[in-house]
Design a protein around this ligand. Structure first.
Ligand SMILES: C=C(O[C@@H]1C=C(C(=O)O)C=C[C@H]1O)C(=O)O
Length: 245
């Protein structure tokens, strides 16, 4: 059995569908976790493969990116934000999202290199996401952001801001193993992920739709699942900027 930890958010549903409906299902033991936990499990060798935040790749002594699929975006992604009580240039505190690794680092990279701002960073805020302090903002990712855009005074989509800054796409999470796996298994994995993506329209039939968020647009267009050469270049730049933080 190959142990896999994958992200528990809606953006991963097509991948999970593929893993549970393709021949690989007999070979894997799949758990669903918050992104930061996927990373922790892979780093601690509790699993063999993780759909992990790309920022956490830098913490792995050995890693292999084993798929041409990822959780990425080309411009606005619609589920990774800084929500703020004031304009970004005026923030004093930035709360980071305890479930995230990539987007927290993306926020730091943009603050330093693009916005040139130095707010105080708050890692485990007691009042995470609820601060009424007029100069507090917070990073938030995943399903918790659905329907939230109109509820905050200032909203920044971090994949859109990254594109404004670099002109590039962005990769949030990639399929990574912490050891070398057989070529056979890797082919099976990619077939399963491809199968899941090809079945998105079918998946929507059983998905509860929301009036406050367009899930079809999100999973068909906003999340860009292909880990192309250009996304790999963007990832290299992101890693370099994280190391310079
Ligand atoms: C676009 C997203 O990408 C996620 C963001 C991650 C992060 O910030 O560490 C990790 C995994 C991705 O699933 C999202 O879930 O909203």
């Amino acid at each position: 059995m190959i142990k896999i930890s994958a992200v528990s958010y809606t953006n991963t549903v097509p991948f999970i569908y593929g893993l549970q409906h393709a021949p690989i299902k007999k070979d894997i033991d799949l758990s669903l976790d918050y992104p930061a936990v996927c990373a922790e499990k892979l780093i601690n060798n509790m699993v063999d493969i993780g759909l992990i935040p790309v920022a956490a790749i830098l913490d792995l002594p050995e890693y292999h990116i084993i798929s041409d699929y990822c959780i990425g975006a080309n411009g606005a992604v619609n589920s990774v934000f800084i929500f703020s009580n004031c304009a970004l240039k005026d923030i004093k505190y930035l709360q980071l999202d305890p479930q995230s690794k990539s987007s927290n680092n993306l926020a730091l990279v943009l603050l330093k290199n693009y916005w040139k701002l130095e707010p105080e960073l708050v890692y485990k805020a007691k009042e995470y996401g609820r601060s009424t302090h007029p100069k507090t903002a917070f990073v938030q990712i995943g399903d918790r952001t659905f329907g939230q855009v109109n509820k905050h005074s200032f909203v920044y989509d971090l994949a859109a801001e990254w594109k404004n800054f670099t002109g590039l796409e962005f990769v949030f999470a990639a399929w990574v193993s912490n050891k070398k796996l057989s070529d056979d298994f890797i082919v099976k994995l990619n077939d399963a992920l491809k199968f899941g993506l090809a079945n998105r329209l079918k998946i929507f039939e059983n998905m509860e739709m929301r009036s406050d968020f367009d899930l079809v647009d999100y999973l068909m267009h906003k999340i860009d699942y292909r880990l192309t050469e250009s996304k790999r270049e963007a990832l290299k730049l992101f890693h370099r900027l994280i190391k310079e933080l």
